[in-house]
Design a protein around this ligand. Structure first.
Ligand SMILES: Cc1ncc(COP(=O)(O)O)c(C=O)c1O
Length: 453
């Protein structure tokens, strides 16, 4: 019998998150206040985040202790198992060993609760009563709904309309965990009303939903806002994935040649990758690959620029790869990857050549996802299919090069509430979509007057 899983005991769970800001060889550009053009101050963010989270956003401490209350909730499903994908390896017939972290074992079905739990906890400690947020595919919204329920907070989620319609079960999950879920753009906010006035049939986007959630937050009492990806503190909380993987790989005496993840705002990818980027900074030979959709290729086609995180320009200006804050991605099925920008930390590391980005079309990703389901059993989320396409690609490269490789990747979530997308794929209704060059020109135009990083 061959060992398929490496499982850590509860007591072996990492007790600290890892903060890459302590190890960056070159400093990151700061986020800017759009009015003054100066770096944002903690006070600028205080209207939307509690101070304990703002401190973490700016912290350059290498290790940050995970509070006991958060660890206790993490133990419901963490440490997540590390698997060896023997059956998928056999199908590919390439000289690779493939290992993956299964983040689909969380109650909400993805990595998102890793960040939702600490956010709800820190808000509770700071006296917040209600949290607003946005969600794409519904994974983040459902994770935060669960976390808010656990810590006794009210939660309202603005869900991108196309996903709200494609994925009704996610809304039902949010409702079951006691949260309210609103299709965005909505009539509840000025930001939503502005979009609807111009585009009554708008499918929505994460950029629009973020604007609505922030507006709701700043115009309501005792309310704060939570973002499910992109920002430094979210990537910090997700580092538990990579820290566990390092312990698990050490137990079996294996070190990966390639570490991979799919990229929406960058949080699950950063979660597995950043502890390995730390190794790379300190001289280890490891390739780190982020997979994004070719319909929303911020890292592979967008410029590195200062841009807003949302459509209504309510966030600070973030230094990142971006397709422009007003970019509304094609309604592909991987709703969680339809974001115009990329986490500033991930963007910085791409720029400094520590991370290699690649883009994949949705047909290729579903092809890989179906092959995975038919060999390994677990049905991946459409977002996760992007990293699977990258894994197939990497395995084929290993064969061409005649090199043996160990691949480690993050299996970010299951697709059991995304079956309509599989139905569309299996019945031949899914389209390939590549972002045309004129869209890139438009992106550059939308941000041409912003400060340059
Ligand atoms: C399963 C899954 N994977 C990946 C993502 C992408 O988000 P991020 O890049 O922040 O990990 C999402 C977002 O909703 C998701 O639900």
């Amino acid at each position: 019998m061959e060992q398929v899983k490496v499982v850590l005991q509860d007591r072996e769970i990492p007790k600290k998150w890892y903060n890459i800001l302590a190890d960056l060889p070159t400093p990151m550009k700061p986020p800017l206040h759009p009015g003054t053009g100066q770096p944002v101050t903690p006070g600028d963010l205080a209207a939307i985040f509690p101070m304990n989270i703002i401190e973490q956003e700016a912290s350059s401490k290498r290790w940050i202790k995970i509070p006991d209350e958060v660890l206790q909730k993490y133990l419901l499903w963490r440490p997540s198992p590390l698997y060896r994908a023997y059956n998928f390896e056999k199908l590919l017939n390439c000289p690779v060993k493939i290992y993956y972290k299964n983040e689909g074992v969380s109650p909400a079905g993805s990595h998102k609760p890793n960040a939702a739990i600490p956010m709800a906890y820190y808000n509770k400690v700071a006296g917040t009563k209600r949290i607003t947020t946005e969600t794409g595919a519904g994974q983040w919204g459902s994770a935060l709904s669960m976390a808010c329920q656990m810590f006794g907070l009210i939660c309202r989620v603005y869900m991108v309309k196309i996903s709200y319609e494609q994925k009704p079960y996610r809304r039902m999950m949010m409702n079951t965990w006691g949260a309210e879920c609103i299709p965005s753009p909505s009539n509840l906010t000025q930001a939503g009303r502005n979009v609807l006035a111009e585009h009554p049939d708008s499918p929505g986007s994460l950029g629009i939903a973020i604007s609505e959630a922030i507006e709701d937050c700043v115009t309501s009492k005792d309310t704060k806002y939570a973002l499910g990806s992109v920002l430094n503190h979210v990537l910090l909380y997700q580092s538990i994935i990579g820290l566990e993987a390092q312990k698990q790989m050490k137990k079996i005496g294996v070190y990966p040649d390639v570490v991979m993840g799919c990229c929406g705002g960058g949080s699950n990818f950063a979660g597995i990758a950043l502890p390995y980027v730390c190794d790379k900074i300190h001289g280890k030979d490891v390739k780190i690959v982020g997979a994004e959709p070719s319909s929303c290729p911020s890292m592979t086609k967008g410029p590195f620029a200062y841009d807003f995180g949302d459509l209504a320009k309510t966030t600070p200006l973030l230094p990142m790869y971006t397709l422009g804050h007003d970019y509304v991605p094609a309604p592909i099925h991987a709703g969680g990857l339809r974001y115009h920008g990329m986490a500033p930390i991930v963007s910085h590391l791409v720029r400094e050549n520590f991370i290699e980005p690649r883009a994949y079309d949705q047909l290729k990703t579903f092809d890989a996802g179906v092959k995975w389901a038919r060999t390994e059993g677990f049905i991946p989320a459409p977002e996760t299919n992007h990293v699977l396409a990258a894994v197939v690609d990497e395995a084929m490269r290993a064969k061409e090069e005649g090199k043996e490789k160990v691949i480690l990747f993050n299996w970010s979530g299951h697709g059991l509430v995304d079956m309509s997308s599989y139905d569309a794929y299996l019945s031949g209704k899914l389209q390939a979509y590549e972002l045309p060059d004129h869209e890139i020109d438009r992106a550059l135009n939308a941000i041409k007057n912003f400060p340059k990083p």
